[in-house]
Ligand binder design. Structure first.
Ligand code: 6PG
Length: 233
């Protein structure tokens, strides 16, 4: 499967358009849109524009999960959930029961086990061996990490569970993260990247370099898109 690479200087509108198009297609085909939100700073303006332009999207047909979370309470400024709440979830009529938050306030192992079990239970409702996102958003750091799959960390080797707790030495803290089996089960994975500091790594990944965690996002039976917020060089 060859990834789609979109260079754009209209990053936020183009990324938002992809999300809205994916939501309409999923709801039309399967009656539900299952999306995993990425964290960090990049997605925030995209979530805001989505909230402002979603129009008549039936939010009761949207199911929200989170690709990773810091081990902090939901109102902590480090929380990915908090960012999504302020930029999207509090601005749209989505039923609270459709939002599946990672409980970062719990001990890391417990938070991961709870979320893993939750996704397993949801998958069984869809008669799936593993929860299958319609669209799974990811960011990437300048070190090539994605979600909280950081270079040299244990979570990179997880082949069974959907979600694990992962100690990240560079931050001297745990994170809760999707694993490759869950990410690669998605119908469509879309990386959203902005920032000159990421250009060297993405260039190497697109050239086939497998040294970086983001390079191992290879949907088993799905699409992979990179939306890069800069003009092609
Ligand atoms: C997180 C994210 C992480 C993020 C990248 C890019 O919790 O930080 O999930 O994987 O997507 O670090 O972050 P920026 O968008 O802030 O550059």
């Amino acid at each position: 499967m060859t990834p789609t690479v979109l260079h754009t200087t209209s990053f936020v509108p183009d990324a938002t358009r992809l999300i809205i198009d994916a939501s309409r297609a999923a709801i039309s085909e399967r009656g539900i849109f299952r999306i995993a939100l990425s964290g960090g700073h990049t997605p925030e303006p995209i979530f805001k524009l989505w909230a402002a332009t979603a129009g008549d999207l039936p939010w009761d047909r949207v199911q929200i999960t989170f690709g990773d979370e810091r081990c902090v309470p939901p109102d902590d400024e480090q929380s990915n959930y908090r960012m999504a709440r302020h930029s999207l979830l509090d601005l749209v009529p989505i039923p609270p029961g459709n939002i599946f938050r990672i409980q970062g306030e719990l001990p890391p192992e417990e938070a991961a086990a709870e979320y893993d079990a939750r996704l397993t239970q949801l998958a069984s409702r869809f008669n799936e061996p593993r929860y299958r996102h319609d669209l799974l958003l990811l960011g990437m750091g300048p070190d090539g990490h994605t979600a909280s799959l950081f270079p040299g960390t244990e979570a990179l080797t997880e082949q069974t569970r959907n979600v694990v707790h992962n100690f990240v030495p560079k931050f001297d803290t745990y994170r809760i993260t999707f694993t490759y089996p869950l990410i690669n089960a998605a119908r469509h994975v879309c990386f959203l990247l902005q920032g000159d500091d990421k250009k060297p790594v993405i260039k190497q990944i697109l050239a086939g370099d497998k040294a970086y965690p983001a390079a191992h996002v290879i949907p088993t039976d799905g699409r992979l898109t990179w939306i890069l917020g800069w003009a092609a060089e």
